[in-house]
Write a protein that binds this ligand. Structure first.
Ligand code: ACO
Ligand code: AKG
Ligand code: ZN
Length: 410
C-alpha cells in the first residue's frame, strides 16, 4: 500500500483518490470508476421479489419519485408480463416524467420484449441464465439458442429506439469462455450495456475483480448478499471498471436481497466523496428507507449503515472523549452529510468523565473536574446494577448538583 492520504477534519473529504503526482499509481487504477459510477435502483423490481413486498400503485409512484429525486440514474420495474397490474403500473410510472430513466426487466424472448416496449420505458433489461444449472433446469436453452434469441430480441428493442441491456443470470457459475463469447456477440449487436449477475450470492471480491476487469464499455453488476459480500463486491466491481451497480433500498430482494442503496452510499461517500456528495441527495436517504420499510412492513436494522439507530452513537469513555475533541477520531462518515447527528451516551458503567462533563455542560451546570469525576462514579455505580435511561443519568447529575448547592447554603 503506497498511496498517501491527506488528513483533514472532515473524514469524508480525506483524499482517497490517488493523486496524479504520486509515483506509485498502479496501472489497474485506470480501470476504476469510483468517480463516475451509476446506480440502477431495483427496489421496484428486485425489491418486489422480497418475501414481504406488496406495493400498491401509489406506493410504487412515491418510491419511484423519491428515488428519482435522490438522483439515481435508472429505476428498474417488475416485468409487465408478470400481471395486468404490473403492466399498468409500468405504463403509469413511465408517464410520471421523472428525471431517472425507467427500465423494465424481462426474460430474453420476443413476447416479453414487445410488452416492455409497449409500456413506454426508456430501456429494457433482458436477462437469461447462462450457467449449466439454469440452462438445464430453468429455461432449457443451449448457449447457441441463447445467442440466436438474444440477437433477435436486441435488434427488435433497438429498432424501437429503446435502450437495451443484456444480462447473463448466474454469471459467476457460467463457463467463462461461453460468457465472453456471448458478451462479444451482444456487444456487436449494439447493446447499451451488458450485465453481470451474482444471482446466488456466492462470488467473492476477488472473483468479481477478475471477471469485471476483462470486460470493457458499459458494464452493469448485480450482487446478491447470501454470503454477506454484496457491498464489497459492488465496490470491487466499480474499481475493476463496472460502470453501473444495481441496488435496492435496505437491500430488499429475492432471499436476503442485494446490495443496499444506503450501504453503498456509506461505502462510496468514503471512497469517492466529491462525486457521491454532488450526485446523490444524501439527506433523503433516511426518509426513503423509512418509507420503503413501512411499505414492506419491516424495521430498519439496528446496525444499518448510516440510518441504524446506533450508527452514530458513541458509548465507551475512551471513544467519547476523543469524539468530543474531534469526530474524525472514531467516525469515518460525517453524519451531517445525511442530515443526521451523532450522539454521545453517558448511560452506562463504561462511560467516562469527559463524556459526563459534556452532558453536565449541556444541562447548564458548572462543576469542577473533580466534581464531574465524582458524579461519574455515581453513574457507574448505578450502571453496575441495571441499564440506565438518559433520565436516570440526568437525575444523578441533577441531585448531585442540588446536594452541592445545599451544602453551600448550609
Ligand atoms: C434472477 C432473477 O431474479 S430473474 C427475474 C425474476 N423475475 C420474475 O420471475 C418476474 C416475475 N415472474 C412472473 O410473474 C412469472 O414467473 C412469469 C410471468 C415471468 C412467467 O410465468 P409462467 O409462465 O407461469 O412460468 P413460470 O414462472 O412457472 O416459469 C418460468 C418460465 O419462464 C422460462 N424462462 C425462465 N427464464 C427465462 C429467460 N431468461 N428467458 C426466457 N424464458 C425464461 C422458463 O423456462 C419457464 O417457462 P415454461 O413456462 O416453458 O416452463
Ligand atoms: O438482470 C440481471 O442482471 C440480474 C437478474 C437478477 O435479479 C439476478 O440474477 O439475481
Ligand atoms: Zn437478483
Amino acid at each position: 500500500m503506497c498511496g498517501t492520504n491527506n488528513a483533514t477534519a472532515d473524514p469524508t473529504t480525506a483524499a482517497h483518490t490517488i493523486s496524479a503526482s504520486t509515483p506509485y499509481q498502479r496501472v489497474d487504477d485506470f480501470l476504476s470508476n469510483v468517480g463516475s459510477y451509476k446506480i440502477i435502483e431495483s427496489t421496484l423490481r428486485e425489491g418486489e421479489q422480497f418475501s414481504n413486498s406488496f406495493y400498491t400503485t401509489e406506493m410504487k409512484c412515491k418510491i419511484a419519485t423519491m428515488l428519482s429525486d435522490f438522483g439515481v440514474d435508472y429505476i428498474e420495474l417488475t416485468s409487465p408480463v408478470s400481471s395486468p397490474q404490473s403492466y399498468e403500473d409500468c405504463k403509469t410510472i413511465c408517464k410520471l416524467g421523472l428525471k431517472s430513466k425507467i427500465l423494465t426487466h424481462v426474460r430474453c424472448n420476443m413476447e416479453d420484449a414487445k410488452k416492455a416496449v409497449e409500456c413506454g420505458v426508456d430501456g429494457v433489461d433482458l436477462v437469461i441464465g447462462t450457467s449449466s444449472f439454469l440452462r438445464e433446469y430453468s429455461h432449457g436453452k443451449s448457449m447457441e439458442m441463447i445467442r440466436k434469441t438474444a440477437l433477435e430480441v436486441i435488434e427488435y428493442v433497438k429498432s424501437k429506439g429503446v435502450e437495451v441491456r443484456f444480462s447473463s443470470e448466474d454469471s459467476f457459475r457460467s463457463d467463462l469462455v461461453d460468457l465472453l463469447t456471448l458478451y462479444k456477440a451482444v456487444d456487436k449487436a449494439g447493446v447499451n450495456r451488458v450485465g453481470v449477475a451474482d444471482t446466488v450470492g456466492g462470488a467473492t471480491p476477488r472473483m468479481v475483480y477478475d471477471l469485471i476487469r476483462t470486460l470493457r464499455g458499459e458494464v452493469e453488476t448485480h450482487f446478491h448478499d447470501d454470503t454477506g459480500c454484496a457491498v464489497a463486491n459492488a465496490l470491487t466491481a466499480i474499481e475493476a471498471g463496472a460502470t453501473h451497480v444495481d441496488t435496492s433500498v435496505l437491500g430488499i430482494g429475492e432471499r436476503n436481497g442485494i446490495t443496499p442503496l444506503g450501504a453503498l452510499m456509506a461505502r462510496m461517500v468514503v471512497t469517492s466523496p466529491e462525486y457521491t456528495k454532488s450526485k446523490y441527495n444524501l439527506k433523503m436517504l433516511k426518509d426513503i428507507e423509512e418509507y420503503v420499510a413501512s411499505c414492506v412492513q419491516v424495521n430498519i436494522p439496528f446496525n444499518n449503515p448510516i440510518t441504524g439507530f446506533c450508527a452514530f452513537t458513541h458509548k465507551a469513555g475512551i471513544h467519547a472523549k476523543a469524539i468530543l475533541a474531534n469526530p474524525s477520531t472514531y467516525e469515518i462518515i460525517d453524519p451531517s452529510l445525511f442530515g443526521l447527528t451523532r450522539y454521545v451516551s453517558i448511560t452506562s458503567r463504561i462511560t467516562g468523565w469527559n463524556a459526563v462533563k459534556s452532558r453536565v455542560q449541556q444541562l447548564g451546570y458548572s462543576l469542577t473536574d473533580d466534581q464531574i469525576k465524582e458524579v461519574t462514579a455515581k453513574i457507574k455505580q448505578m450502571g453496575d446494577i441495571r441499564p440506565l435511561a438518559v433520565d436516570d443519568a440526568d437525575s444523578i447529575i441533577h441531585s448531585y448538583n442540588l446536594s452541592l448547592q445545599q451544602a453551600t447554603v448550609a
